[in-house]
Ligand binder design. Structure first.
Ligand code: AMP
Ligand code: TRP
Length: 327
């Protein structure tokens, strides 16, 4: 039997190269090896304020990017989180087994609460819902970027706590790191991760960017002192980030890039990287524009939610039984 993979992305903004390299491209690369469930986690998006119309549009848009990037809905289950209420149901139960202290130590929460005027309980409690997403489906592997590793640790802790008290209920999931690009950094601030909420749009390459926008963002991307194309995270964070992106999209090794660009300087490297990104994204963008207005996406998501629910119902019943909330 194939092992189960579960992952998700929040529909809280446009997808960018960090999402693609750290998550989506990995899902596609491993699609045939695993039994996959890919979610659009809208209930996680509303932990910070969202415009309702925009949220709906973005949810559909993310589904279209999943398919455009190569997720095959006949092979992998694809659905919207809020379409399966089992997530919120288990989320509540897991709340009762999650420590306030541990939630308070989550770096994503600590970062986000600084940037948000109104800090909701949902923002704080976000990892318990994420744990529910993962544990509902006996997930073995969670392919996500490095920023989510801490949430997977918390998921494991909560699952172990419940298994310890009630016997084996939950499969303990593992973090599945990307092959290259666990953490893609901003092109403007290489000490900060590329993110949907970055204030400077030039720091982020969106999957929907035009070739000219990509060329311009690379032209003005910050670089380090010197001009060698070498990986050195500590002293050359900007060029290291660009090399990581190049590597992840081209499949070339750092040695190959070193041989190719030795003595050529940053300008040529950045120009070439721009073309690598444009070439990689072009077929995905074409496919996206072909499907974004199609009604088939709604149908795919409804089917996906039904399939997801078939699996999660059994787990919910099992949990209800062991904790004593079913008659
Ligand atoms: P989010 O945009 O927070 O919903 O993230 C969706 C997925 O993309 C998660 O698996 C993240 O770990 C991954 N991700 C987001 N930003 C980056 C980044 N800068 N580098 C690598 N992975 C990322
Ligand atoms: N928290 C993840 C992020 O910000 C999104 C997410 C929610 C997720 N539930 C999940 C990822 C379950 C993997 C598995 O990127």
């Amino acid at each position: 039997m194939k092992k189960r993979v579960f992952s998700g992305i929040k529909p809280s903004g446009d997808l960018h190269l960090g999402n693609y390299i750290g998550a989506l491209s990995q899902w596609v690369a491993h699609q045939h090896e695993y039994d996959n469930i890919f979610c659009i986690v809208d209930l996680h998006a509303i932990t910070v304020p969202q415009n309702p119309h925009r949220l709906q549009e973005q949810t559909k848009s993310i589904a279209a990017w999943y398919i455009a990037a190569g997720i095959n809905p006949d092979e992998s289950i694809m659905f919207v989180q809020s379409d399966n209420p089992d997530h919120t149901y288990l989320g509540w139960i897991l709340n009762c087994f999650t420590g306030i202290g541990q939630l308070g130590r989550m770096t994503q929460y600590k970062d986000k609460k600084e940037k948000t005027e109104f800090v909701s309980v949902g923002l704080f409690d976000y990892p318990a819902l994420m744990a529910a997403d993962i544990l509902l489906y006996d997930t073995q592997f969670v392919p996500v970027g490095e920023d989510q590793k801490q949430h997977i640790e918390l998921t494991r802790d909560v699952a172990e706590r419940i298994n310890g008290q009630y016997g084996h209920i939950f499969t303990i999931p593992e973090y599945m790191p990307p092959i290259a690009g666990e953490r893609i950094m901003s092109l403007q601030q290489p000490d900060k991760k590329m993110s949907k909420s970055e204030s400077d749009p030039n720091g982020t390459i969106n999957l929907s960017d035009t070739p000219d926008q990509i060329r311009e963002k690379l032209r003005i991307a910050v670089t380090d002192s010197g001009n060698e194309i070498i990986i050195d995270k500590k002293n050359k964070p900007a060029i290291t980030n660009l090399i990581t992106i190049y590597q992840a999209l081209s499949g070339k090794t750092p040695q190959q890039l070193d041989a190719e660009y030795s003595g050529k300087g940053y300008k040529i490297f950045k120009q070439d990287l721009g073309e690598v990104i444009i070439q990689h994204l072009s077929p995905i963008q074409t496919r996206y524009s072909e499907i974004i207005h199609s009604k088939a996406i709604e149908k795919t998501l409804t089917n996906g939610a039904n399939k997801a629910k078939e699996i999660s119902t059994t787990k919910i019943q099992q949990v209800r039984n062991v904790i004593g909330i079913s008659q």
